[in-house]
Design a protein around this ligand. Sequence first.
Ligand code: PMP
Length: 343
Amino acid sequence: MSNIHNFGAGPAKLPSEVFDELEEELVNFNGTGISLMETSHRSATYIKLNAEIQDVVRRLLNVPQNYKILFLQGGGQGQFAGVPLNLMSRTGTADYVITGIWSVIAAREARKYGNVRFATPQQDSYVNIPDLSTWDLDPNASYVHICDNETIDGVEYDFIPNTNGVPLVADMCSNIMSKKFDITKFGAVYGCAQKNIGTAGVTMVIVREDLLNQAMPACPSVFDWTLTAKNNSILNTPPMQAIEVMGRVLKWIERNGKLEKMEELAVKKSSMIYDYIDQSNGFYYAPVEKRFRSKMNIPFRVGPPKGDVDLENQFIEDAEKQGLIQLRGHRWNTSLRLQFGHC
Ligand code: PMP
């Protein structure tokens, strides 16, 4: 196994130390004699774990007390619905900044629940974040939605936009916990666990308290942030094992230099590849403008800018022989893609 290098964008690689810990506790969680999977979510064991993991999140991201940390199910796409269901009722309209495929999908889902405006012009390809001065923001919007790291297109914000008092909501599914940021500049952020902080099953939402209590009447209870907060994320049976894996990864991050170190490593690892691509005399091609290149996901082509399918297939085949696996890009985008999580 040691010669396997997994570049899958998600589900992504987890630290081996975490696996060792999980192996040890799998059938006998914390000396209880049973696994966490068989433990009641109302038990003191789980209530303690739930609090402990929320505390790690609070410490890592410096989350103030007026923000709630919620653990939900339904993945990133669940929150594409969860965000409008919880936040759009105030004015019935929301602004979406379109910088890649995931922000398009988020906007499409939100349209089911109200009026969605595109704050930036449609583009044929996504290679940058349009300059903030060109954004057409509606002061009446209930919120402004951004995708902080476009996993498929490899475009990442290097700034937090000022939305003039309209709550900013960020999809951080593929870069949460990869850098330090000021959470107080956001009304809410959300991230599914399986890319950077664990395994599929749990999605974290961090939301400012004053944005609660406005869910649409039709909002399913399991997506209702206010109900979830009131029930301390134990409204119904939580995906406890997935939450435990996430907790283990977050504690691993805390022990290994916190977010400063994760960011430093992400810059280091991604620069090695971008530099190689840039110095390849066009043999490899990375389409995204340098400033907005993702430190998490690197889409690139082999051959000309639109790629050479035969060369790319050969690249994948040869890479796999070397133990470099899951390099092929998303089915919605044919470029190859490297992912850099934490390990
Ligand atoms: N947003 C982004 C940025 C993503 O990369 C993904 C997953 N690829 C999603 C949302 C959707 O996440 P999920 O598969 O958990 O619904």
